[in-house]
Design a protein around this ligand. Structure first.
Ligand code: GLU
Length: 482
């Protein structure tokens, strides 16, 4: 049997990270079995549809590198792949269930249902439709259909017994039918509900494995009843635990949690995000943590999926990103970092190649770059207390002594290169009686105003240039003298 999986997002906004993880696991499961991965757009709830959201799904999938074998924009033998374009397909199936007694027409008005709902609420009960219309005679149903009365079609759930299914992660799940509601299958607008469409589509698209969030665990018994009613073999179910922002709540845009696109915009690398997301609820065998998508396609397995909710740890994502930043070919790093340098530094003023060399190993996320390099554009305010460093055996007094000593010598350096700066200063330090750290630590602070910088005193002096270096040095000396 060829494995066929599908990712079935609703176009209700952007691709959030929980959705991306579902997409990724679905993709990986298909690939690891040499199967097909399908994209289906579930847009039957047209009130919730957000304009542009479908395009966003395509672009996010492409940006993530999750190539689907079939889908709305790539075609395939089981199309259309957008539910609203499959509209005419569902009603005949629903009618088939009406014929066999597994579904029925319902003409109940909104008023009647609202009232029943309010009564249930008053009694503190969960609302369940009372099967009122199940008892209409065939003739009456026909008469009302002929008269053009609005209707829905409901699933006729048995009043007794159990409904269940087997999940590849959660095992056998079973509920009492008496707890299930006769959900609507076809709405008054003629479109199917998710409850119905997912079954019809998964079956008619030949889906063998259904992967989706655990929020569908409790409804899956109902879906399984539909498969049974049709006499179809149900797919294998793989319900995935949620991705949480913390122990209390799921990841959500409403709370400002970033989407996949947000992370890309902030300068996270897609490879790092994918690697991180892959491990959000799945553990590989062994200690390795860094995986390319190609590697994941080979080793992904359901055994590694954790039943407990996964917690999204931003620090861990930063760590992954830093790993991938370091591994980028230098030219690629330079290309990606250049716009971020330009946010802080006037174009053409600094040797960006050299700066990028110094920055690559220190960049966790590209968005951090402007803050890390802005001291080059403008000398920041700083507390002279940072001249104090125990290990370097230095403090503001020693700093003043060192800076005043080195100032005239620096002026003679020509050409102003890192090599010259290094050689001349290192040669000079012993003549002052100071230790290396007692000169280099204050010098770097005096010209950068920062306790930590990409590169040391020589690199920064080189990047700033002679004039700016000497000017900053003079200012810092003057401040220490006050
Ligand atoms: N359209 C559903 C959602 O976005 C998909 C559920 C499923 O994969 O069956 O949550």
């Amino acid at each position: 049997m060829q494995v066929r999986t599908r990712f079935a997002p609703s176009p209700t906004g952007y691709l959030h990270l929980g959705g991306l993880r579902t997409a990724l696991y679905t993709y990986l499961f298909a690939r690891s079995h040499g199967g097909k991965f399908i994209l289906r757009i579930e847009d039957t709830d047209q009130e919730r549809e957000v304009p542009g959201a479908v395009e966003k799904i395509y672009s996010s999938m492409a940006a993530a590198g999750l190539k689907y074998d079939e889908g709305p924009d790539v075609g395939g033998d089981y199309g259309p792949y957008i539910q609203s374009q499959r509209k005419d397909l569902y009603l005949p199936y629903a009618k088939q269930l009406v014929e066999s007694g597994h579904a029925y027409y319902c003409f109940c008005t909104k008023e009647r249902l609202d009232q029943a709902r309010a009564e249930a609420e008053k009694k503190g009960e969960n609302f369940k439709y009372d099967k009122h219309c199940l008892h209409l005679s065939k003739e009456e149903v026909q008469r009302r259909l002929d008269a053009g009365e609005p209707y829905v079609i409901r699933q006729n759930i048995p009043t007794e017994g159990k409904a269940g299914f087997d999940d590849l992660i959660f095992g056998h799940v079973e509920v009492d039918c008496s707890t299930l509601d006769d959900n609507v299958l076809i709405k008054a607008d003629g479109l199917p509900t998710y409850n119905f469409a997912n079954v019809i589509d998964d079956h008619t698209m030949g889906i063998t494995h259904v992967t989706r969030g655990t929020e569908y665990l409790s409804s899956a018994p109902k879906y399984n009843l539909l498969y049974q009613a049709f006499g179809w073999e149900p797919p294998k179910y793989i319900h995935l635990p949620p991705v949480m922002a913390n122990a209390q709540r799921k990841l959500s845009k409403r709370y400002g949690d970033p989407s996949f696109e947000d992370l890309l915009d902030q300068g996270y690398l897609k490879e790092a995000i994918i690697n991180f997301i892959a491990l959000l609820g799945w553990s590989p065998k062994g200690e390795q943590e860094i995986f390319s998508l190609e590697e994941l396609e080979k080793i992904f397995d359901l055994d590694g999926i954790n039943k407990a909710p996964a917690i999204f740890d931003m620090q861990k994502l930063r760590w992954f990103n830093a790993e991938y930043m370091r591994k980028l070919p230098f030219e690629e790093y330079l290309r990606l970092a250049a716009p971020w340098f330009e946010k802080a530094l006037a174009p053409g003023k600094f040797d960006l190649r050299r700066l990028a060399e110094l920055m690559q190993n220190r960049t966790e996320v590209l968005k951090d770059i402007p803050d890390m390099v802005s001291f080059l554009a403008e000398m920041p305010e700083f507390d002279p207390a940072i001249y104090t460093h125990k290990k370097m055996k230095t403090n503001p007094e020693i700093a003043l002594q060192a800076l005043k000593a080195v100032r005239p010598m620096l002026e003679t350096i020509d050409p102003w290169t890192e090599q010259q700066l290094h050689d001349k200063v290192m040669e000079f330090i012993p003549t002052t009686g100071l230790k290396n750290g007692q000169m280099l630590w204050p010098l770097r602070i005096a010209i950068s105003g920062r306790e930590s910088t990409p590169g040391g005193a020589f690199e920064i002096a080189y990047l700033l240039g002679r004039e700016e270096t000497l000017k900053r040095l003079d200012d810092s000396i003057a401040r220490l003298e006050k």
